[in-house]
Structure formats: structure tokens, C-alpha cells
Write a protein that binds this ligand. Structure first.
Ligand code: ZN
Length: 225
């Protein structure tokens, strides 16, 4: 297994990306894809059940694949998993399968990378019920300061949706939240992680090198533990 090094740009949420020199990616493998982790420099993986691709018929098979695949070398977190009110099966099924993945993450001592669209109450109620000890990292965050602070107060980490974080007005939010809980991502979109770091470093009045060290520290704390 290869881990990110000082000076790397860390892209915390990627689908199907290829690592480039100086860029370390955390690739999100989804149970329905049937893809397994590779042992190559510049990449580590998460494995989980994305709510969009879940249904009554595949849930059992997907859960047992998470139990198996998550133990392979290279997988360092469960996910992306969570809730989506705009796309996917019933919220009851989403909750059931999310809870099962949280239980696996606790058993394996792994954090959870979360996909959550318009279902913050559901997410928080699972946290309240299961009281997980492992960190939760919400990816693709695009909410307001109040919501960000609420999630951070509950101990979560946040990675921002690239389109949101590239907007000038997101600087205000970034300056109001603790920087020791943030991550940045491309989500596999056609955007350069270096551009995102440049914009955020500028918002936080830091150098890009300073931001790289900060996010590496966050990575080691949240994902390596
Ligand atoms: Zn994703």
C-alpha cells in the first residue's frame, strides 16, 4: 500500500481517476461496479454501496461484498454510502443499508465516506442511534455555514463539491469553519485538483504548500487514525 506524502495534492473523492505525479487520489469503488482495488502508487480506495444503485434485490449481495472487499489491502474506508432524497430507493431501504455499512466500518475500524443529499436529519439520526467511534467524512458538501458547523460539531469531516468551492462566495464559509476538518475533491469531474487547492489556499490566506500539509494532516488523522 502507498500513502500520500508531504507535498502531494490529495484528491479525497474520485471515480475512475488515474493518479498523476504529485497527486494522490482516494478512489471511490462502488459495490455495483464489481471493481477491486489495485496495488499501485498514488491511490487508495474506499468501498461501499452508493444509494443510487441500491434496490431490494441487490441489497444482500452488496452488503456481503462490502464485508469481503473492505478487508482487502488498499481499502481504507467504507463508502461512499448514505442517503439521497432525489435519486434511489425508499429512505427506509437507504437507512437500513447505510446502518449496516456503519456497523461494518466500526467492526473493521474504518471511517465512512458519506454521500448525503437533502437527508441530513436521517444522517444525524443514524449517528445518534449507532454512536460510531470511527470518523465520518461527508463528501460533496455544498450547504450553508450553519449546516457545516452542525456537522462539524458532531465530529464529522467535510469535503466540498468542486463547483461549490470554486465559487468566490464559498470563501466566506471556508473562513468560518475549522480547517483541521476539511478535504478537497474533484469527484472525478473534469476539473484540476490543483486549481481547487489554489482557490482555497487563497481564501484561507495560506500558501498552497501550507494547505497541502494541512490536508495531509487531516488525511492522517481521519483516514489512517
Ligand atoms: Zn462519488
Amino acid at each position: 500500500m502507498y500513502f500520500p506524502a508531504q507535498g502531494d495534492y490529495i484528491d479525497i473523492h474520485v471515480h475512475g481517476g488515474t493518479p498523476a505525479p504529485g497527486i494522490f487520489i482516494l478512489e471511490s469503488l462502488m459495490a455495483h461496479e464489481g471493481k477491486l482495488p489495485d496495488d499501485k502508487p498514488g491511490v487508495l480506495y474506499t468501498y461501499g454501496i452508493h444509494p443510487w444503485f441500491l434496490n431490494e434485490d441487490n441489497q444482500k449481495q452488496f452488503i456481503s461484498s462490502v464485508e469481503d472487499v473492505a478487508t482487502l489491502p488498499g481499502i481504507i474506508a467504507i463508502g461512499e454510502a448514505g442517503f439521497d432524497k432525489l435519486k434511489g430507493p425508499s429512505i427506509d431501504l437507504q437507512r437500513n443499508v447505510f446502518e449496516k455499512q456503519v456497523i461494518i466500518s466500526e467492526k473493521l475500524g474504518m471511517p465512512v465516506v458519506i454521500h448525503c443529499v437533502r437527508a441530513w436529519e436521517e444522517l444525524l439520526s443514524v449517528q445518534k442511534k449507532l454512536k460510531p467511534k470511527m470518523p465520518w467524512l461527508v463528501h460533496g458538501f455544498r450547504g450553508n455555514v450553519e449546516l457545516a458547523l452542525q456537522l462539524l460539531f458532531k465530529g464529522m469531516y467535510l469535503s466540498f463539491w468542486f463547483d461549490f468551492v470554486l465559487r468566490p462566495e464559498s470563501g466566506n464559509l471556508l473562513r468560518q469553519i475549522p480547517a483541521d476538518r476539511i478535504f478537497l475533491e474533484t469527484d472525478g469531474a473534469d476539473v484540476d485538483i490543483r486549481t481547487i487547492y489554489g482557490k482555497v489556499a487563497n481564501d484561507l490566506d495560506m500558501t498552497v504548500d501550507g494547505l497541502k500539509s494541512l490536508i495531509l494532516k487531516n488525511f492522517n488523522k481521519c483516514l489512517i487514525g
